[in-house]
Write a protein that binds this ligand. Structure first.
Ligand SMILES: [Zn+2]
Length: 190
């Protein structure tokens, strides 16, 4: 889904870095999610797969040169053989309850909300990661989920302090050894 390009201020970090972040996130686009679980209506475990939800579930929203780009997962539907109810599979691997975006994105919002205003977090996400999350959503995540319990370690990319947990999620164990990063004492140059 493409929409008109938002007005993007001069990027703080190199656009090459943001393209890498986008490419990593695109690996989730179209991925199938929804583990088997008991029927939420009658708790029966006698269920059968029942196709995929018509609309995918948003994982992240990218801000590209061409506009917004949704990364969405395909959600497996199940039907209960006992009561006939149709329901989504278990998405807890990727999503917190009642959060529109995926766990890493929610965690990223909370990471930056510790020492930035919600407006500043919205800007940081766009300028440093090429991600769109509006400030009201960031506030909701912050208030609902409270202080992040994950690592608060930061990594320097082009002079900006970014979330090491988020980049580790994207780039995995190779982060410290990646040709793109020169890391020493938790500082890195892109
Ligand atoms: Zn049932």
């Amino acid at each position: 889904m493409r929409e008109p390009a938002p007005k993007v201020p001069d990027p703080v970090v190199p656009s090459q870095f943001i393209r890498e972040v986008h490419d990593r996130l695109r690996q989730y686009d179209g991925m199938r999610a929804g583990e088997e679980r008991p029927c939420p209506g009658c708790s029966s475990t006698s269920t059968r797969k029942n196709g995929y939800q018509a609309a995918g579930k948003t994982f992240a929203r990218l801000v590209t040169d061409e506009g917004f780009e949704e990364i969405t997962l395909e959600v497996q539907q199940y039907e209960c053989k006992s009561c006939g109810r149709s329901f989504q599979g278990d998405l807890s691997e990727f999503f917190y309850d009642d959060c529109a975006y995926a766990r890493p994105v929610v965690d990223l919002c909370r990471f930056h909300a510790v020492d930035e205003s919600y407006q500043a977090v919205e800007r940081t996400l766009m300028q440093c990661y090429g991600l769109q999350v509006d400030r009201d959503t960031i506030e909701r995540y912050d208030e609902k989920r409270g202080e992040p319990t994950e690592s608060r370690e930061k990594i320097d990319v082009g002079g900006s302090s970014l979330s090491l947990p988020f980049l580790a999620f994207l780039f995995g164990e190779s982060l410290g050894n990646s040709a793109h990063f020169a890391v020493s004492s938790h500082r890195a140059l892109w």
